[in-house]
Ligand binder design. Structure first.
Ligand code: IMP
Ligand code: MG
Length: 171
């Protein structure tokens, strides 16, 4: 395994995700939520987050998006439905591992809006604000991070390191 410097440790992640779950529960105030996880990166954040959402019916769906090769964005995003979920009249909460340029989420948001959902919000585990090229802001975010390539807690480098319980910088 390559050297990885810890950027956000396991305890800080745990605390933040619990906090965010409470805020989301409060905001939706018992309304039904359709959580739309963006594969592959969001699966760990999503699993922890949903267990901290109370008093709402929560439907879980997934969608697949891919734009990165190694540590570089290709600028082209492929979005594929995993099933043919209808978004009509639903409160969609998109759950993403990290927002970088914002291109993935912009494309995904447009696709969802075509189906007339009741509402669309974004929960991102990480936000690399300095890299943004399009106008996208998460409604909920755990941590803002500097422009470094990070792995762990679902985030990968060529499909490796997703299992790490912390967020680290690949040296
Ligand atoms: P965007 O379309 O540029 O916002 O790219 C978002 C996607 O790129 C994320 O969902 C990640 O899959 C990937 N990505 C961006 N930055 C990183 C990183 O630092 N580590 C791992 N994946 C990243
Ligand atoms: Mg991703």
């Amino acid at each position: 395994m390559r050297d990885i410097e810890v950027l956000i440790d396991k305890n800080s992640i745990e605390k933040k995700v619990i906090e965010l779950g409470k805020i989301i529960s409060n905001d939706y105030n018992g309304e039904d939520i359709l959580i739309l996880g963006v594969l592959n990166g969001s699966f760990i954040f999503l699993a922890d987050l949903i267990r901290n959402i109370s008093n709402s019916n929560v439907e879980i769906r997934f969608i697949r998006a891919k734009s990165y090769l190694g540590t570089q964005t290709t600028g082209e995003v492929n979005i594929n439905s995993v099933d043919n979920t209808s978004f009509k009249d639903k409160n969609i909460l998109i759950v993403e591992d990290i927002i970088d340029t914002g291109i993935t989420l912009e494309k995904l948001r447009k696709k969802i809006h075509l189906e007339n959902p009741k509402s669309v919000k974004i929960a991102a585990f990480l936000d690399k604000i300095s890299r943004r090229t399009v106008d996208i802001k998460p409604d909920y975010c755990c941590f803002e991070i500097p422009d470094k390539f990070v792995v762990g807690y679902g985030l990968d480098y060529n499909e490796n390191y997703r299992h790490l319980p912390f967020v680290g910088v690949l040296e």
